[in-house]
Design a protein around this ligand. Structure first.
Ligand code: RB5
Length: 153
């Protein structure tokens, strides 16, 4: 069986937090691909959010973790890519429920909003929870229908 592959990406404001997340992934025995940014030189979060999101959308990576100053911009960028459901979280319960109920495939967090230990706790909650399906599957399918421009009422 192929190892679970996680896409990670960040902008200049979250380089340190990415290192923390990579050490968590190492600890959890998960493989990852780092889509940059690789330095703390000012850069544009949509570029990196989209690179990681495309890797998740194509199936190259199963899940993704995105980091910027707030987690908002890079998460918004990811959600522009078809097939991506990215949740921006500052607490572990939202991250867990994002997986269990919304079948989120990406998590974004803000390095200027939360500290590294909380970020790791949130990432762990996200990566260990599983989609429950059932009544939630219909709702997630409705999200896909919206993405295809269909009416859902
Ligand atoms: C960069 O200064 C900052 O705007 C970015 O990291 C992020 O917070 C955007 O949502």
């Amino acid at each position: 069986e192929e190892p679970v592959m996680i896409a990670i990406a960040n902008d200049h404001s979250a380089l340190e937090m990415k290192k923390e997340i990579m050490s968590l992934l190492d600890e959890m025995g998960l493989e990852y691909k780092d889509f940059g940014a690789y330095s703390s030189e000012s850069c544009n979060y949509p570029v990196f959010g989209a690179r990681a999101a495309r890797a998740v959308a194509s199936g190259e990576c199963e899940f993704g973790i995105l980091l910027c100053g707030t987690g908002l911009g890079i998460g918004l960028a990811a959600n522009k890519i078809k097939g991506i459901r990215c949740v921006t979280c500052s607490d572990p319960l939202s991250a867990e429920l994002g997986r269990r109920h919304n079948n989120a495939n990406m998590l974004s967090m803000g390095a200027r909003i939360i500290g590294p230990e909380l970020a790791k706790c949130i990432a762990r909650a996200f990566l260990t929870a599983q989609f429950e399906g059932g009544r939630h599957a219909l709702r997630v399918e409705m999200l896909s229908a919206l993405e295809r421009g269909e009416e859902i009422e």
